[in-house]
Write a protein that binds this ligand. Structure first.
Ligand code: ZN
Ligand code: ZN
Length: 363
């Protein structure tokens, strides 16, 4: 991992924001910048130094993992220790913190730990996040991991096709996906596995239940793994039995919408336009109201990262971002269908990282 490049890019952003220091407490940001994977840390960065604060349990791990920052074991609040360190650095007049991850109570505690004259002046809420925009654009090491994570997802899908049959419970399907994921090297699942069958497929977030799979009907499976900290995310919807004409047609509409949105992915594409590529097709099919969420989201160290590919989103895609493309339709009491790929944004288009077939599979 080349975190000197990452910290260098962050320091340029700090300069431009008129700040001499930054408090980083969001753990995925800490990991991205320092390499530390533990669950207790705060990172303080100035123009010339970086220091990672963690507790005694992580002494050995931090020494092994952290690059580009000195490690300090702190016994009290880590963010307080980090802010006090920032306050003691020469030439740090203003230090930023991310208001999206710092509560009002946290801030009061941090300020109370500072010498009186710094209480009002040192800590500054960032106008916009500084680390997330860096994290959004993946470097080659990250892309390699995301590719591998996505491929494991595809292998899980292949495996589960041999398991699905009427009568087995949704939770058995989820358990099998999760068991196999571990055997294939996953550290865990990136979110609670969704297995929604029959009329339950009309629930966009249908967590697996003890319901048996029906003799006839759709089964939507949305699952992802964590590999070396990075998340995968994919959805396939298959059919048990033989679909009715209208079900087949609905599936084709979602597939067409998904393919159109993948086609719209490229560097500089507007996120709202990618969403509209999918939404327009479902609208034409009379299914606009059944598509109740955004077309996709960024994915990386977190399962949901910016950008959001939703209606009216004006952000533009940069090469190196990895997004999901996952239109779906949900017809309450009847059925639902979602198809989701991970797509790497390149200069010339979108590279699909989850190439499992999307043709309707009938089992
Ligand atoms: Zn998903
Ligand atoms: Zn997703």
């Amino acid at each position: 991992m080349d975190n000197s490049r990452r910290i260098g890019a962050l320091r340029r952003k700090l300069n431009r924001a008129g700040l001499q220091g930054l408090l980083v407490t969001h753990l995925p940001d800490v990991r991205y910048l320092s390499g530390f994977t533990g669950s207790s840390a705060a990172l303080a960065i100035t123009r010339y130094k970086a220091r990672l604060f963690t507790d005694g349990r992580y002494k050995t791990q931090a020494a092994e993992e952290v690059r580009g920052a000195q490690v300090e074991i702190a016994s009290s609040s880590l963010s307080v220790a980090a802010v006090q360190w920032l306050a003691a650095q020469p030439a740090v007049a203003r230090a930023g913190f991310d208001p999206a991850v710092t509560t009002v109570a946290d801030l009061a505690r941090l300020k109370a730990a500072l010498p009186g004259k710094l209480r009002r002046s040192l800590l500054t809420a960032l106008d916009e996040p500084l680390v997330m925009p860096l994290r959004q654009v993946k470097d080659s090491d990250e892309l390699e991991i995301l590719r591998e994570a996505a491929q494991i997802g595809c292998r899980l899908f292949d495996h589960i096709l041999g398991v699905l049959k009427p009568g087995i419970r949704e939770i058995e399907v989820a358990a099998e996906l999760e068991h196999q994921a571990r055997l294939l090297g996953a550290e865990g699942m990136s979110f609670e596995t969704i297995v929604a069958s029959g009329s339950r497929s009309a629930l966009p977030h249908g967590h697996a239940t003890t319901n048996p799979l029906p003799r006839r009907g759709f089964v939507t499976m949305d699952f992802g793994i964590i590999l070396r900290g990075y998340c995968s995310d994919m959805t396939r919807t298959v059919y048990l039995g033989s679909p009715k004409q209208q079900e087949r047609r609905a599936y084709q509409s979602v597939l067409e919408a998904q393919l159109a949105a993948v086609e719209a992915v490229r560097e500089s594409a507007c996120c709202g336009d990618v969403d509209e590529a999918a939404r327009g097709i479902l609208r034409r099919e009379g299914l606009a109201d059944a598509f109740t969420h955004s077309t996709g989201h960024g994915v990386g160290l977190e399962i949901h990262e910016p950008p959001r590919l939703g209606a009216g989103q004006s952000a533009r895609l940069a090469a190196g971002i990895v997004v999901t493309i996952e239109p779906g339709i949900y017809l309450p009491g009847r059925f639902g269908i979602r198809i989701e790929d991970m797509v790497h944004v390149t200069r010339t288009g979108g590279e699909i990282l989850t190439p499992s077939t999307k043709a309707l599979i009938e089992l």
